[in-house]
Design a binder for this molecule. Structure first.
Ligand code: ASP
Length: 305
């Protein structure tokens, strides 16, 4: 038995802005990531390797807001955040404010496995990357015209543009249960379009945007990060299962459809519990997402089913 779910961000493009060919490209990107993770699980590999591989595939796809294709900061740069957690040991690694690392999730894993720390930021994180032999990319590597145009629209104050809609498209994540019964979660993002002052969202915060515990579930979130931090969303879902006896479906539904909206929190989560039950829940108009179970056909969706 294994299970894998991925997301490419909540708050998708409105349907009228999504052409058939763009939708095909998104679906192909999600399919490739699902495949990258599921081949590892299928042959009995570790859930950590599977979530990392799925997120690397999404970071490399320019359509999503992580790695190449990440959103721009207000100053026209990129600051990338990522985290990953091992549900078997409750160890985790996180990085934030990276400017020149192509695959932040790989660095987060290295932080977890070879440093004495959990979260490294900015220049310090990049210094660690250099010591670990990571390659550096030019800032132009992350640039796409679509993201640049989003920033320009936001800066122009165009009243027809919703900052929430354009800010939240494309954070990526993965959660998995492997055949050994272990759980893992990983999340990677460029954050919000036009962010400033070293803003860090929920994605690299363990318990907010990313969490995994073999005793309950693994969760990766996407949405308005400030709200997800305030509710410690990923841990809240795990705690409701572990301490409150709720099912994953109930815990996720209450957090995503009651608690988050109560504080204006837009977005969603993907999660898998220790029995392999998957949950992909969102309160936004859509969420790029996909899932697969051992022996079942992969599913990919963007808008509500
Ligand atoms: N949660 C991310 C952040 O606030 C953004 C997103 O998921 O779209 O940085």
């Amino acid at each position: 038995m294994y299970a894998l779910a991925i997301h490419g961000g909540a708050g998708t493009l409105p349907r009228h802005e999504m052409s058939a060919s763009l939708e095909r490209e998104y679906r192909a990107g999600l399919q490739e990531a699902l495949q990258a993770g599921s081949v590892i699980l299928e042959r009995g590999g570790r859930c950590l390797d599977a979530v990392e591989a799925a997120v690397v595939a999404l970071e490399n796809c320019p359509l999503f807001n992580a790695g190449r294709g990440a959103v721009f900061t207000r100053e026209g740069g990129h600051e990338l955040d990522a985290a990953l957690m091992d549900g078997a040991t409750l160890t985790a690694g996180a990085v934030c404010g990276l400017k020149r690392i192509a695959n932040p999730i790989r660095l987060a894993r290295r932080v977890m496995e070879t440093s004495n720390f959990l979260m490294l930021s900015g220049t310090g994180a990049e210094e660690f990357a250099r010591e670990q032999g990571f390659g550096f990319v030019d800032p132009g590597y992350f640039r796409t015209e679509a993201r640049w145009n989003q920033l320009q629209r936001l800066l122009s104050g165009d009243a027809s543009v919703s900052p929430l809609t354009i800010s939240h498209v494309g954070t990526v994540g993965a959660v998995a249960l492997d055949q050994q019964g272990h759980l893992a979660a990983a999340t990677s993002t460029g954050g919000m379009t036009g962010k400033r002052w070293g803003r860090i969202g929920d994605s690299p915060i363990i318990g907010a945007g990313t969490y995994a515990d073999d005793r309950s579930c693994a969760v990766s979130a996407t949405g308005h990060g400030e709200c997800f931090i305030r509710l410690a969303v990923a841990h809240e879902i795990a705690a409701r299962i572990r301490h409150g006896g709720q099912s994953l479906a109930t815990a996720a539904r209450e957090v995503v459809h009651t608690e988050l909206p109560a504080i204006g929190g837009d977005g969603g989560i993907i999660a898998v519990d220790r029995n392999g039950a998957l949950c992909l829940e969102f309160n936004s108009q859509g969420m790029f997402r996909g899932s697969v179970h051992a022996g079942a056909q992969a599913r990919i969706a963007i808008y509500p089913d």
